[in-house]
Design a protein around this ligand. Structure first.
Ligand SMILES: Nc1ncnc2c1ncn2[C@@H]1O[C@H](COP(=O)(O)OP(=O)(O)OP(=O)(O)O)[C@@H](O)[C@H]1O
Ligand SMILES: [Mg+2]
Length: 340
């Protein structure tokens, strides 16, 4: 099936070739119809630039962008049939919700009856039919963001682009709006690309997550494939793996704190063959009620462990068991993007 959006070696440099910033470099991406893709990465990694190139506001300085299989690298934004939702809601304060949501349709010179009907349907989709005649200033932040979503959806875009749409909302509302966003995307069957720097958001929403660093692709795939097997140290760290022990007989590896097992350093106990064993000394214990976070110093560096009991104290010698099937081998020790 032809991807709805395809990037072929896309790059963008701000400034001159000699003296500029490579915001995005050599990015390949294929977005399938009806899927939810997230672009994930730290501040400045090129997420917004990538989205703005797909929308047509920024022209790639290298590579091609195909929409529905056709080269659209030089197609202006207004001819791309793309819906956008931004971090700031960017609603028109003097217009009712119906008029805000119908704006894109009026701009496309659709008949008034159709505009009213589709604006009504889009407001219904986000649960705001009852507020159709209100102005944005009379709404909460979450409601305003719903209006922005309705406005983007109303034009029936071939792709919906969302640039950190939930980051202005408080934590609880953000989680609620994520569900809402996913529901709207599933119900409409829209193809969505969402920018976020929140790994939980990406894990929850993505059919495909695309992890960027310094304008380059680090890894992409579905969350259930990427999360248990980060390709390199950057991706691992970004997904919350914080242990990078030196383990005899292994290259670079990582392991999640909840998979590290600690036992008392009793001599004479048999080593488990399904685990790699290290010796260590407890450095600190943080009590968390249901478990403790324990930092252990080993010859190969500090290891963080989630331990179910509260039976260790700083200074104690411990055996550390790393179940072999939980050790994630990293393809490389991470090379900074600039050095490649
Ligand atoms: N108009 C511009 N002129 C020059 N450099 C820019 C411009 N816009 C972005 N950049 C640079 O390009 C790089 C990528 O920026 P971009 O806005 O795409 O990052 P981002 O991943 O969206 O970050 P954030 O999470 O902070 O929004 C950064 O180094 C940024 O400083
Ligand atoms: Mg951004």
């Amino acid at each position: 099936m032809t991807p709805v959006v395809q990037l072929d070696g896309v790059g963008h440099r701000f400034g001159s070739a000699a003296n500029g910033v490579a915001a995005v470099s050599d990015l390949d991406l294929a977005v399938r119809r009806g899927t939810f893709t997230t672009l994930l990465g730290p501040s400045g990694c090129g997420k917004t630039t990538t989205l703005r190139m797909i929308a047509g506001f920024i022209r790639p300085t290298s590579g091609r962008i195909l929409l529905e299989g056709t080269d659209a690298t030089d197609t202006p934004p207004e001819r791309r049939n793309i819906g956008m939702v931004f971090q700031s809601y960017a609603l028109f304060p003097h217009m009712t919700l119906t008029d805000n949501v119908g704006f894109g349709l009026r701009a496309r010179r659709r008949p008034a009856a159709e505009v009213r009907k589709r604006a009504g349907e889009a407001l219904e989709l986000v649960g705001l039919s009852h507020a159709a005649d209100r102005k944005p200033g009379e709404l909460s932040g979450g409601q305003q963001q719903r209006v922005a979503l309705a406005r983007a959806v109303a034009i029936e875009p071939s792709v919906l682009l969302l640039d950190e749409p939930l980051s202005n909302l408080d934590a609880r509302l953000r989680v609620q709006m994520r569900q809402e966003l996913l529901r709207v995307q599933r119900e409409t069957g829209l193809t969505a690309i969402l920018v976020t720097h929140d790994q939980d958001e990406a894990l929850q929403l993505s059919d495909t997550m695309v992890i960027l660093n310094g304008g380059r692709l680090e890894q992409q795939g579905d969350p259930r494939t990427v999360f248990p097997a980060p390709a390199n140290r950057f991706v691992a760290q970004f997904l919350g793996y914080d242990n990078f022990p030196e383990v005899p007989g292994f290259g670079p590896v990582t392991i999640r704190p909840e998979h590290v097992r600690l036992t008392a350093a009793v001599t004479g106990e048999e080593a488990a063959t399904d685990s790699v064993e290290l010796a260590g000394t407890v450095a600190d214990v943080t009590y968390q009620g249901s478990h403790c976070l324990i930092g252990v110093d080993t010859a190969g560096g500090r290891l963080n462990c989630v331990h179910p009991g509260d039976d260790f104290r700083p200074g104690e010698a411990v055996r550390i068991l790393l179940p072999r099937h939980r050790l994630v081998e990293l393809a490389d020790a991470h090379t900074p993007a600039g050095a490649r």
